[in-house]
Design a protein around this ligand. Structure first.
Ligand SMILES: [Mg+2]
Ligand SMILES: [Zn+2]
Length: 183
């Protein structure tokens, strides 16, 4: 079985657009900015053997303010630029009661089946409570990128960091320590 790092998209991989203290996705490809250190962080996580899987809620598709094709354009570019192994997206809003919208763990559970992933040795990195909870419910360790958004905070347990760069350094260190113990 493999291990994975599940990455939230907006606010973790690329810069989120802030309005009244809350984060929103870039409206189009021209607003897309990958955050500093993200490409290097992804490279390091790959090197120590993690699969990298983007898991993203994009409810603006259900709300009709953006098309699935526009979202896919951003996703595909990120996948190529960061060498992501897979991208899993929920295009629904709450009204759909789907199993994939975070905080539900459906995206992670489906990816775990497809990629033969041991969720107990995997991580989620997200910037909102929905990400942290989805990871916890799937049995992963959660890392919270804390920007101090004006919204509810995740419930413990999680590791609090400032960036994916910081999260990756911690995950890589833990993986290397684990390897020493199993030697
Ligand atoms: Mg986010
Ligand atoms: Zn969904």
């Amino acid at each position: 079985m493999r291990r994975a790092v599940f990455l939230d998209r907006d606010g973790v991989v690329n810069r989120a657009i802030l309005r009244e203290g809350r984060p929103y996705p870039p409206a189009s490809l021209s607003d897309l900015r990958v955050l500093p250190g993200v490409r290097e962080a992804c490279r390091k996580l790959h090197e120590v053997g993690f699969a990298l899987i983007l898991i993203t809620n994009q409810p603006d598709i259900a709300r009709g303010s953006v098309s699935a094709a526009e979202v896919s354009e951003i996703n595909n570019l990120l996948q190529r630029f960061l060498q992501l192994d897979d991208i899993r997206m929920c295009p629904h809003d709450d009204a759909a009661h789907c199993s994939c919208r975070k905080p539900r763990p459906g995206l992670l559970l489906d990816a775990a089946r497809a990629w033969d992933i041991n969720l107990g040795e995997s991580y989620i990195v997200g910037d909102r409570w929905r990400d942290v909870e989805a990871g916890q419910r799937a049995g992963c360790q959660a890392v919270f990128v804390d920007y101090g958004y004006r919204e509810r905070r995740p419930d413990a347990p999680y590791l609090r960091v400032r960036s994916l760069r910081e999260a990756a350094a911690w995950i890589v260190q833990k993986a290397q320590m684990g390897a020493l113990c199993h030697a």
